[in-house]
Structure formats: C-alpha cells, structure tokens
Design a binder for this molecule. Structure first.
Ligand SMILES: *Cc1c(COP(=O)(O)O)cnc(C)c1O
Length: 228
C-alpha cells in the first residue's frame, strides 16, 4: 500500500474520531514521524499532502533536512534532546515537543537568543514510571512552566506524552485523559492558553483524538514498518 492510500485512511479515521468527540477535524494536525525514512519517502508524503514532519535524532535531521530544503516543510523535533545538541535543534525546528528539564530550558533560551528566534516548545510529561522513558514528572510541570514563561525567547504551546505500549489501545485512554487534565489545570493556574496536546501514534491516534489531541505523531501507519 502506498503512502497516499495510507494517508487517506488515517485522515478518515481522524475525521471520524473528531466527530465522535464533537470536535472539528481541522483542529488536528497530522505530523509524520519520519525517523529512518529517506528524503524520497518524505517527498512522497509531502506530495500526498503532509506538511509537518517530526524527527527524533539530531544527526539524522542534519543529514535529511538540507536535502529537502526545496520543500516548505514544517519540521518538529520529537525525540529526546540532549543539552549539547540544543543549538542545532533551535536552528532547524519550528516546534520542539520534548522539553523536560530546567537545564534544557536554560540552554534553549540561550541558543534561541543567539539565533534571534522565538522558539516554540512543548513540555514532555512522563506519565508512567518506566525507567526508559524521557519526560518530566507531573509534579515538576509547574516549575518548568515558570522557567519557560520567564525565558523571553521561548514560547510554550502545550504538552506532549509518550504513554506505555498496550496491546489493547483502549488501555491507553487514561494516559491521554491525564495529559488533558494537566493542560486544563495549568491553563487555570497560569491564566494562559496552552493550545497543543501532542499525543497519539499509529496504533492509538483515534483514542488520542477523542481525548483532545491537537497533534498526532504517525510513523508506521503512514510509511509502513520501519527497517532499522
Ligand atoms: C516514532 C515515533 C512516533 C511514531 O510512531 P509509530 O508507532 O510509528 O506511529 C511518534 N512519536 C515519537 C516521539 C516517535 O519517536
């Protein structure tokens, strides 16, 4: 099956999930998670109608993004970000989904200031105790928001999470609900809008849309299985 057919199926599912939740499908951005995909595959997805792509690794992005500079792609960084790579990410990416520590916020502020840029960011929240996952703890969110709001070159647009994998996608629903609750609580506490919820991947994006996702990050359902 080609990317175009896959995309049409995904869009139909997003539309139906949005309708079930009384939402407008236009509120939801489909981000193509393009790690391991070649510039040619990304080009094909762009031509099929996708405008937003997410990369996980800085080095891979530094190789691929220049090869696609003729296309008006909006690049997002969705992987774990190390402080020493912050400078590259600020240069290349419109939105960083994975801000999870005060030290990283401070480094991003420094780099964005140098680049003379307002860098848009999301806070990645870790909602399960597994050691392997990145993201800040729920209890650390208010302090991180404070730090970002006092960084003149950073703009906080919302929250991202990567929940554990469940065979039965329905089991992931409480995690998406928790991220939405965090967003609503923080909007009240800080008297601001944090418009974005980046949640939902290939096997659970419909549930994420039902629970308020504004960005779904989809790889395999669009491009097929990954070969590492
Ligand atoms: C790879 C990746 C995705 C997409 O995963 P699929 O299961 O292939 O849809 C989404 N988010 C992040 C952070 C990823 O690394």
């Amino acid at each position: 099956m080609g990317i175009k057919e896959n995309l049409m199926k995904i869009q139909e599912k997003i539309t139906k999930a949005a309708e079930r939740a009384g939402r407008k499908p236009e509120e939801i951005t489909l981000l193509a998670a393009s790690k391991t995909r070649t510039p040619q595959e990304i080009r094909e997805a762009f031509n099929a109608g996708i405008k937003v792509f997410g990369e996980n690794r800085v080095q891979e992005a530094r190789d691929k993004i220049p090869a696609l500079s003729d296309l008006p792609i909006e690049w997002h960084f969705i992987g774990h970000l190390q402080k020493n790579k912050a400078k590259y990410v600020v240069k290349m990416f419109e939105l960083i989904h994975s801000v999870d520590s005060k030290a990283l916020v401070e480094e991003l502020q420094k780099r964005a200031d140098k680049e003379n840029k307002i860098q848009k960011v999301l806070i990645e929240v870790k909602l399960s105790p597994e050691e392997t996952k990145h993201g800040c703890k729920e209890g650390e969110v208010p302090e991180l928001i404070d730090t970002i709001l006092s960084s003149p070159n950073l703009q906080l647009l919302g929250f991202m999470t990567i929940p554990p994998y469940f065979e039965n996608a329905e089991d992931v629903r409480p995690y998406f609900q928790r991220l939405r609750n965090i967003k609503e609580k923080m909007e009240e506490e800080f008297k601001r809008n944090f418009p974005h919820l980046s949640m939902g991947m290939s096997h659970d994006f419909e549930i994420a849309v039902e629970e308020g996702a504004t960005i779904v990050r989809i790889g395999t359902a669009l491009f097929g299985p990954r070969n590492y």
